[in-house]
Design a protein around this ligand. Structure first.
Ligand code: FAD
Length: 477
């Protein structure tokens, strides 16, 4: 054809979905072109999401822990934060990872085109090159991995003191008072960073009747008790209705059950009310790909859109908008395509078949959950029984002086197979994978309880929660 570049697979967007798809497809022997509008690979997750937030949360947790040590007889001087240096550290972490991706792309001979891609036909994409000019790419198959963007509330003023998570991660301000709009994971993680590292006082406003929606309330309650001191107002069932930029700060008016009588003034306002998919910005219709009203693209279990040779993965195909989901979907799409193009029937049958996808709030303590929650079980009329192990009985948690948490497992009343679990406590996110594995393997309470976990670890609490369910008493402190 008349295209500038030909390939087997065109991948649009180089986030966790896009780069994983590109790498898997290349490893399977396909010629891959990866199109990314930003100067580095890695998408939201590596550049302005998962990774920079965790680099800062690590520092926040160390600072909090250092101050807790005063109760144990160890006192440090009051920490002084050099924000420029902290930001540079975060940027170094990001650069290490995104640079690693660029090297891996090169090693695999993936062609990376820098620029904005839009479809011009069922087998062609045009790239408005970063360097100027444009190129067309002809493809046999395409994988759309264009991700999502933060939702912006229309009534908030256009002001440097009003940011999304991307702006908050830049640490350009050291606010005394910060409003977090939206009590979900992203908002609470960023609030934690500002509160712990910069001493910022927090307010949070949430339309629903509780923070961290999706997690069981018993887990969230533990987090909330430990974090109450960071907040002046936790406004639930409340909406932000108006905001105005003044020299003193952003003046915000609220309405609802938790609204303070007077408008409040903030040095920084973080909008963290969700993310919207980029489906409407890629001219998908020119390739015949159907995009829903909200910008999501529907796919089947093989990640195929309504156009059989075009696939979509990651945030753009729907909830949960999480990097680990995107990566697994990416592998499926790449495998199906390789199977079809190379005539490998087994690969062509690849499908996304996860029973469960874990969620983690990397707050302090962390809150992690996977599979069915108690609230979902109740709402869906599914009969479950729980095994619970309080960390106040975990030797390791006590030794860590962090025994506020607990580990909860939910079992089918009928089969005693595990159907869900939740953990609140330090390192909960690092432990939830074991529960996900148990669910995927169809493990029952005896399987988990009889698995020898190392002592003394926090992970041991998973085995003990299963034993608690089995009614087997344990005398391990
Ligand atoms: P994205 O990462 O959004 O990547 C899409 C890429 O496509 C982008 O690089 C974009 O520039 C590019 N693109 C879009 N349109 C075009 C176009 N027309 N032409 C060229 N390029 C284009 N998830 C977790 O699992 N764990 C976490 O701890 C976590 N923390 C987060 C913290 C924050 C602050 C945020 C905002 C998100 C966090 N997430 C986390 C979510 C995670 O970042 C996303 O789920 C993940 O990045 C989705 O990957 P993706 O490949 O679908 O899309």
């Amino acid at each position: 054809g008349d295209a500038d570049v030909q390939c087997d697979v065109l991948v649009l967007g180089a986030g966790p979905g896009g780069y994983s798809a590109a790498f898997r497809a290349a490893d399977l022997g396909l010629r891959v072109v990866l199109v990314e509008r930003y100067p580095t690979l890695g998408g939201v997750c590596l550049n302005v999401g998962c990774i920079p937030s965790k680099a800062l949360l690590h520092v926040a947790a160390v600072m909090d822990e250092a101050s807790h040590l005063a109760d144990l007889g160890v006192r440090f001087a009051k920490p002084e934060v050099d924000v420029d240096k902290l930001r540079a550290h975060k940027e170094k972490v990001v650069a290490k990872l995104t640079g690693g991706l660029a090297a891996m792309a090169k090693m695999r001979k993936v062609t990376v085109l820098r620029g904005k891609g839009t479809f011009v036909g069922a087998n062609q994409l045009m790239v408005q090159l970063e360097a100027g000019g444009s190129q067309t790419v002809a493809f046999k198959r395409a994988i759309i991995a264009a991700g999502s963007e933060a939702v912006k509330l229309p009534f908030l003023p256009d002001d440097p003191r009003v940011v999304t998570s991307t702006g908050a991660l830049q640490l350009r301000q050291a606010p005394k008072r910060m409003l977090v709009i939206g009590g979900g994971i992203i908002g609470l993680e960023m609030g934690t960073v500002y509160s712990s590292t910069l001493g910022t006082r927090l307010d949070v406003v949430e339309m629903q009747d509780g923070l961290m929606q999706g997690a069981d309330r018993d887990l969230v309650k533990v987090w909330q008790k430990m974090n109450a001191a960071r907040f002046d107002h936790i406004m639930l069932q409340t909406k932000t209705v108006a905001a105005e930029a003044t020299p003193e700060g952003i003046r915000v008016r609220f309405e609802g059950a938790g609204a303070p009588a007077e408008p409040q003034t903030y040095d920084l306002v973080l909008q963290a009310v969700g993310r919207t998919p980029n489906g409407k910005r890629i001219d998908a219709e020119k390739a015949g790909v159907a995009v829903g009203e909200r910008g999501f693209i529907d796919v089947d279990a093989q990640m195929r859109t309504n156009v059989p040779h075009i696939f979509a993965i990651g945030d753009i195909v729907g909830q949960p908008m999480l990097a680990h989901k995107a990566v697994h979907e990416a592998h499926v799409a790449a495998e199906v395509i390789a199977g079809e193009l190379l005539g490998d029937e087994k690969l062509a049958k690849s499908a996304f078949d996860a029973r469960v996808i874990p969620s983690v709030a990397y707050t302090d303590p962390e809150v992690a959950w996977v599979g069915l929650t108690e609230e979902q079980a109740k709402a869906q009329g599914i009969k479950v029984q729980k095994g619970l192990f309080p960390w106040s009985a975990s030797g390791r948690a006590i030794a860590n002086t962090r025994d506020e948490g607990f580990t909860k497992l939910l079992f089918s009343e009928e089969t005693h197979q595990i159907v869900g679990g939740g953990i609140v406590g330090t390192h909960a996110g690092d432990m939830i994978g074991e529960i996900a594995l148990a669910i995927e393997m169809g493990a029952d309470a005896v399987d988990i309880g009889k698995t020898v976990h190392p002592h003394p670890t926090l992970g041991e609490t998973i085995g003990m929660a299963a034993e608690a369910f089995e009614g087997v008493c344990t005398d391990l402190p």
